[in-house]
Design a protein around this ligand. Sequence first.
Ligand code: GDP
Length: 448
Amino acid sequence: MEDTIAAISTALGVGAISIIRVSGKDSIEIVNSLTKSKKLVEKASHTINYDYIMDGDKEVDEVLISVMKAPRTFTCENIVEINAHGGITTTNYILKLLLNNGCRLAEPGEFTKRAFLNGRIDLTQAEGIMNLIESQTEKSRNLAIKQLDGKVSNMISDLREDIIKVEANIDVNIDFPEYDDIEVLTNEKILPSLKDIREKMHKILENSRDGLLVKDGIKTSIIGKPNVGKSSLLNRLLHENKAIVTDIEGTTRDIVEGKISIEGILLNIIDTAGIRDTEDIVESIGVKKSLELINESDLILFVLNNNEELTSKEKEILDLLKKKNYIIVINKCDLEDKLVINDDNIVRISALEDEGIDKLKDKIKEMFNLEKIETEDFSYLTNARSISLLEKAEKDLNNIINNIDNNLPIDMIELDLRNVWNTLGEIIGESYDEELLDQLFSRFCLGK
Ligand code: GDP
């Protein structure tokens, strides 16, 4: 990390201002050499300074330059940020000057990676930064902010501390065998503590699933045979004419996607080709895909026509759905009732007359407990990496508890307990491998 890195931190394109960020021990000297005043090196830390960026004698741009000296900066290194006039040419020109004068182009996420490596933030906070950038709803933004301020990290650190306490109890027993009433120690101290830790882990995991809903939304598929009104329903939900509505059966060949927000939770909706036996190749690809989607979806809206009897194919699909989160949407309720069906999860609508769409939204809210999520104070894990590590820790801890129940000597479990502690450490990045870091930070945008 000896070299000084530079990158454009704002989105490339036409805008009022662009920011070029420089970090590393030589950043102030390098930028200073490009200024008209050549006085940047004399400026106090955390100041904004008016100047010109020069290419030899030529004025490149009139700029404001922020100087932030190590260690009280994002990367814990000297950081200089050049606020230039927006636009691609000026911004690139300044970046090129920096690269020709001793800076290296930063890799995506490298500023954040340095913040992590220099101990400024831990891994869950780094992931929080990425979630914040990617958040699409106010709620997912809130969640990311919590991750950023270290609440999630504290929760994991607390679990690790609890484990250390249990280890200390075991050590006392090993080091001072006069206390060796092992039965009492195990039953009165160690086992309850371990069960308590397991309980806490379980609670975090349970809530993390809600957290994922907030972050990624609910993957929703609209399925049903051709012409029941899937596209019309999608249009009603999206309030726009994105899907093509036609009278000809099987015309929704492509999968059409859209997003709506219910109580701040994103519903990622996919409208698929109708499910039916068909010779048409293009159509059948869509049909196969529909069946795949049933398996991948968090929620299935199965659309039926109120004006027709249930087909055998539809009955088959109903059976497939039983294991999933589904809502049967009976459409065309403005027409004569011919459909007979009994189920707890039915909502009756008319996409044509815009009837019942609110009832459908209410049903979704109820199903995913969105109102609870609305009021909940979130500080949970929100990415697959941390969740799978916590799941592993919970499973390992469970094994330990079972082993104790099976009278395995208490000192034998110490190593296993240490492994749980290490796994929790991986969540916050106390231990990590380079590959994981590269993979994680490469997902960031340039200049972050
Ligand atoms: P899809 O093939 O399932 O996507 O069905 P579409 O949304 O393309 O609709 C097929 C036909 O049914 C179109 O002519 C729609 O106008 C009509 N339709 C859709 N919803 C309703 C409804 O609630 N009532 C009535 N009467 N017709 C509808």
